[in-house]
Design a protein around this ligand. Structure first.
Ligand code: ATP
Ligand code: MG
Length: 374
């Protein structure tokens, strides 16, 4: 991966420009972590970059950035810049392209994100990011309070990096967040969801949640019951989203909404009920059970011992039922099938051809014959 990145750098520098890998890729590779996307910073303008990479450029909405895809890897190439005056605690009002790497690094958020790699794989570390990386410390470039006031997304990014890297927040960052935290309210719900998702899916998510609570960010982010998440285990992202109850505010897609609704439904019901286990499946029942404080082992066992897991497991299909009753397809067949399903699940009827045939004849034969005759 690094080889391809260095090749991209060489392609830019061979045209007389400066170019460096920066940000997540360098940070993560020094920590021996794989990263997916590679950020490159250069003094070439987006127009010049587009000329160099032509057909490999992807459409990109970010002003001043070009996305390039090579060998299945994505590179985000941005031009050295100074950001002038911020609007709404988020967007710079004006961006000025510059020629100096050092100055470009000064606009970046944290020291660990300013470490660069040149085209020979050499590390360039003007702001001592490596030292902070070794000390597992998140420190802002410049004064924390000012940097957070410029862009409140950095507050969430600080918590995100502390969580996923298992680093500490510099005391200056903690003090600044406590002071200016209310500005995260102004971020879009989409942004907030993206950052929270990265925190909640980290193996270290419990520490991330503790940080959010200690810093009082749960209130600013409108997350409810966040402390309850700490009492649960293995509930996954959707389990956490269900507990914090933000589905009316944050943007969830249909699958996510369905999952949250299902988990809430099972919480309101009983995860040991055969029909609930059968209808909602093991995953939803386990998450709901864990949230309610049940032992997952018991739920897994209850699920495993269900007489049937799906309709396909019923030994008689619709056709053979029709044959037994001498009927043709119709709405009532569906009701008969649902009845059989329920009886088998609650163990009042054996999943056996003879037993089912006898049951339907006894219960429905008269009725269908009567219907046929009128
Ligand atoms: P990852 O890609 O692993 O999420 P990253 O550090 O690469 O982490 P990106 O969002 O890809 O983060 O941004 C690339 C770089 O751009 C960062 O490392 C940082 O130097 C800079 N950066 C990104 N967002 C901001 C911001 N809000 N304020 C200042 N600098 C930022
Ligand atoms: Mg990145």
């Amino acid at each position: 991966m690094q080889d391809i990145a260095l090749k991209i750098l060489k392609k830019i520098t061979s045209r007389g420009f400066k170019a460096y890998v920066v940000g997540g890729f360098v940070r993560d590779s020094l920590l021996d972590i794989d990263s997916k996307d590679i950020d490159i910073t250069t003094n070439a303008t987006p127009k010049e970059i587009k000329e160099i990479f032509e057909e490999s450029c992807l459409p990109c909405e970010d002003y001043g950035a070009v996305k390039v895809e090579k060998h299945g890897l994505q590179f985000e190439i941005t031009t050295f810049r100074r950001e002038i005056q911020y609007d709404d605690h988020r967007k710079p009002v004006e961006i000025k392209y510059i020629d100096d790497l050092y100055e470009d690094l000064l606009r970046r958020d944290f020291t660990i994100n300013t470490i660069c790699m040149d085209e020979n794989g050499e590390i360039i570390d003007y702001l001592n990011g490596r030292e902070d990386l070794e000390n597992k410390l998140i420190r802002t470039v410049g004064k924390a309070k000012e940097r957070f006031e410029e862009d409140s997304l950095r507050i969430l990014r600080a918590v995100r990096f502390a969580t996923i890297l298992d680093f500490s927040l510099d005391q200056e960052i903690i003090d600044a967040i406590l002071e200016v935290r209310s500005s995260v309210k102004n971020l879009s719900y989409y942004r907030k969801k993206m950052e929270l998702e990265k925190i909640f899916t980290s193996p270290n998510y419990k520490n991330g949640i503790k940080l959010l609570l200690e810093l009082g960010l749960d209130k600013e982010l409108e997350l409810q019951n966040l402390d309850k998440v700490l009492e649960t285990d293995k509930i996954g992202l959707m389990g956490i989203w269900t507990i914090v109850n933000v589905q009316d505010k944050y943007p969830f897609n249909k699958n996510e909404m369905d999952m949250i609704r299902d988990i809430n439904h099972v919480i309101g019901d009983n995860p040991f009920d055969e029909m609930v286990l059968y209808q909602y499946g093991l995953y939803v029942n386990s998450v709901a059970g864990e949230i309610q404080g049940y032992d997952i082992k018991d739920i897994t066992e209850a699920y495993a011992s269900l007489p049937i897991k799906s309709r396909k497991d019923i030994v008689m299909d619709a056709e053979s039922i029709m044959e037994v009753l001498g009927i043709s397809p119709g709405e009532y067949l569906k009701n008969i099938f649902e009845d059989i399903e329920r009886e088998i699940l609650y163990r009042r009827l054996e999943n056996d051809k003879k037993a089912i045939s006898e049951y339907v004849i006894q219960k429905y034969k008269k009725e269908v014959d009567y219907e046929k005759n009128i």
